[in-house]
Design a protein around this ligand. Structure first.
Ligand SMILES: *Cc1c(COP(=O)(O)O)cnc(C)c1O
Length: 365
């Protein structure tokens, strides 16, 4: 080879480890010849997508020869109304992943730091390293965020803190008082990204809605997604709510047509589908209970979760159990990439999917 291209990359790029997604059903079929498998690996909605969203998507297909609305005017209007925030605070992303990346590209660089927790969402280290910034990983407390330690880890060089609430892959959450105290303590020059990808599932009195603090803490960035409770993971729609100046900066960096027209229309329709959302919450609540009971029967210890997935500790390596489950037609998520080699993360499915998973798990233990 004439030259080593890895040496030619921008700082951080050559050292990246690719994100490992959940195994797609089609891949299991191709590699193992298994049909009719159950996928509980990517925290997708087991009910599929909102029927209203699907209808809107079908309608807009007739117009795909046109570029989408690059400003997402209608979706932003609907979000603004629904969330009670000004449209100028919104940044739409191709999934909230993209919004997280925009924050990193806008505010991180070599010589700067991002702080996040041990067992944090895998996208945080990737977007941090991709722009050559330093990741400061703070030890978890009971698998969740240690906000005091995270505040102490903030230095002159810190520009961004990432907090997922609830956290993926552990399902843990931070309460209102804890998060508020953290925000009050962190200097304003540090952006605090509160990633609320699973917020629609959480029904706890002490769980904070970070949007309520936007006026008080201008450095707060709240991200949300249509991929989970709204069932639109394949269409890629997420957004950030922030100070208008932060939104303006992110929107300058954003590609002009980062959301396609089908995704924009479907997301807008999904936002108005209260029935689907209520049903999704109910199926999840029942499924979490079913899985928790099932783990108890198998004498396994699970990390209490408020999201649409639950992480369980096994008496054997998670990667092996994962393989054995694949052969039984059940796809879950091994967590060795997260530093949890004895754990598996399982998405809450329908009652029947959960039953199949629990049965297969009992067999492989
Ligand atoms: C699933 C998830 C997201 C959402 O990703 P999208 O790009 O919106 O599909 C964001 N943050 C966390 C913590 C997640 O688990």
């Amino acid at each position: 080879m004439a030259c080593d291209f890895a040496e030619l990359t921008a700082p951080g790029v050559a050292g990246l480890t690719p994100y490992q997604p959940g195994k797609p059903l089609s891949e299991l079929e191709r590699e193992y010849g298994i049909v009719g498998a159950v996928k509980l690996a990517s925290n997708e909605n087991p009910l599929g997508a909102s029927p209203l969203a699907l209808e809107a998507a079908r309608e807009v297909l007739a117009e795909v020869a046109r570029y989408p609305d690059g400003n997402g005017f209608e979706l932003k209007g609907a979000l603004s109304e629904r969330l009670g925030v000004e449209a100028e605070r919104l940044t739409l992303g191709n999934g909230s992943n993209e919004v997280l990346e925009l924050v990193a590209r806008a505010f991180l660089a070599p010589g700067r730091e991002a702080v996040f927790s041990q067992y944090a969402f895998a996208v945080y280290p990737i977007v941090t390293q991709a722009v050559g910034a330093r990741a400061v990983v703070v030890q978890a407390a009971a698998y969740g965020h240690d906000l005091q330690a995270m505040a102490q880890a903030v230095t002159e060089d810190t520009r961004v803190v990432f907090i997922a609430n609830p956290n993926n892959p552990t399902g843990t959450w931070v309460n209102r008082g804890g998060l508020e105290a953290f925000l009050a303590r962190v200097p304003e020059r540090v952006l605090v990204v509160v990633d609320e990808a699973y917020t629609e599932y959480v029904q706890l009195d002490d769980y904070p809605n970070a949007l309520a603090w936007l006026d008080r803490f201008p450095n707060l960035v709240v991200t949300r997604t249509f991929s989970k409770a709204y069932g639109l993971a394949g269409l890629r729609v997420g957004y950030a709510v922030s100070h208008p100046q932060v939104a303006d900066l992110l929107n300058r960096l954003r590609e002009p047509f980062n959301l396609n027209s089908v995704a924009l229309a479907a997301a807008r329709a999904a936002l108005g589908d209260e029935r689907f959302l209520a049903r999704s919450r109910e199926v999840n609540r029942a499924g979490l209970e079913q899985l928790t009971d099932g783990f108890r029967s198998l004498e396994l210890e699970a990390i209490p979760s408020v999201a649409n997935f639950i992480t369980v500790k096994l008496p054997r390596p998670g990667a092996e159990a994962y393989e054995d489950l694949l052969r039984r037609g059940v796809i879950v998520r091994p967590l060795d990439p997260y530093g949890l080699p004895d754990h598996l993360r399982v998405t809450v499915g329908t009652l029947e999917e959960n039953r199949r998973f629990l049965q297969a798990l009992g067999e492989v233990l």
